[in-house]
Design a protein around this ligand. Structure first.
Ligand SMILES: [Zn+2]
Ligand SMILES: [Zn+2]
Length: 371
């Protein structure tokens, strides 16, 4: 299967980029977009100051004979505001400035509106909706309720050891927790590519081209975020401030690596933080080679032998399983969920096969994309 640029890719992506890097109008466009964003950030900073200094932190409203109270308002506004008003628009704007209008994520969302991009948009709306956590809870059969704090107390009671990062400063906790998070994320991502878990992760890889929102095109039955965030955070007593900082940073990085920014980030992308181009190689449609680039931190890939070297923006991405795509996600989500349980079915009558699979094949996990 071809992995280079071809007519089909051009057709999917649309017209060639209006602005190339060599074009002087491209740098002028980039400067204008970034200057506009700088003005926007100044306004956002003013709003931040206003919330911190002027907004009430606690409100009680009396209506219909009842008192309705809301607390911790400033903190909630700032966290949600940072995510929705700074991080997400920021990645879209940088993507627009660096990729040019005709090759940007915004162009895909607003003009091309391909079925795959509409799935990305629907996945984003679902992810931001109130039913998302409930869907994870139901589809993962309650696994998302597992508590790291309970584990912490259990170890403390039975082994007399209190695992904790709380003695560190907030910046040190952020670095330590991100290192732990990225290590666990690397291994759970490899498990996602194993034969039995692939049907759930396949939905993410089904995107036919990158758009910033591809980052949150995730099947709601994927419960690995519980293992890599909730449990270690509770187990290690990570402070809420550090947890929020790392979550926001990881969210921003995930949006960036699914953007259309044509960059390998130089030495940073080779060792510290994954680049959009390297993540494109992870999503490659060609299934004849083992998949690599699992981690947000390339050092883990290098350490465990899954670093696959350099990549480029022209690689064709996707899976060869047919997807309906479009804004109505239900058929694709249900088919993948059914495939997941169908794949586990033979194990129900052969417990020894479970043992054999996890003993002999779990490490190294199969890293080829499954069909
Ligand atoms: Zn993957
Ligand atoms: Zn991805």
């Amino acid at each position: 299967m071809s992995i280079g640029p071809d007519a089909e890719t051009t057709m999917k992506i649309g017209e060639p980029a209006l602005l190339s890097r060599a074009d002087p109008s491209a740098s002028q466009f980039r400067r204008q977009v970034l200057a506009g964003f700088a003005v926007y950030l100044t306004a956002a900073a003013a709003a931040w100051w206003a919330i911190l200094n002027l907004a009430p932190d606690h409100i009680t409203v009396k209506a219909f004979g009842h008192a309705y109270a809301a607390s911790d308002i400033r903190h909630r506004l700032l966290t949600r505001g940072l995510e929705l008003a700074v991080i997400i628009p920021g990645v879209f704007i940088i993507d627009l400035a660096l990729a040019g209008w005709r090759d940007s994520s915004l162009y895909r969302l607003l003009v091309l509106r391909t079925p795959s991009t509409m799935s990305d948009l629907a996945a984003f709306l679902l992810w931001r909706s109130r039913i998302w956590n409930t869907m994870i809870l139901i589809l993962s059969l309650g696994i998302s309720l597992l508590s790291g704090a309970y584990l912490h107390n259990w170890i403390k009671q039975h082994a007399g050891v209190s695992l904790s990062l709380a003695w560190m400063s907030i910046p040190a906790q952020c670095v330590a927790f991100f290192a732990i998070y990225s290590f666990l994320d690397y291994w759970t991502h490899r498990v996602d590519h194993s034969r039995h878990f692939w049907p759930l992760h396949r939905f993410h890889h089904a995107a036919e081209d990158f758009c910033v929102f591809t980052a949150v095109r995730v099947h709601p039955a994927v419960f690995t975020s519980v293992i890599i965030t909730t449990i270690p955070a509770g187990l290690l007593q990570v402070s809420p401030a550090a947890l929020i900082d790392v979550n926001l940073f990881v969210m921003a990085l995930r949006f960036v690596i699914h953007s259309r920014i044509n960059s390998n980030f130089g030495w940073v992308g080779r060792y510290l933080l994954q680049s959009p181009v390297h993540h494109r190689l992870h999503h490659i449609l060609d299934m004849t080679q083992p998949v690599g680039h699992f981690s947000l931190v390339p050092l883990w890939d290098r350490m465990f032998g899954t670093w696959r070297g350099e990549a480029d923006q022209s690689l064709v991405i996707g899976v060869d399983t047919p997807y309906q795509h479009g804004a109505w996600l239900a058929p694709d989500l249900f088919r993948d969920y059914f495939d997941f349980w169908k794949g586990l079915w033979p194990f129900r009558s052969r417990p020894a096969a479970v043992l054999e699979h996890f003993q002999a094949k779990w490490i190294p996990v199969r890293v080829k994309k499954m069909r």
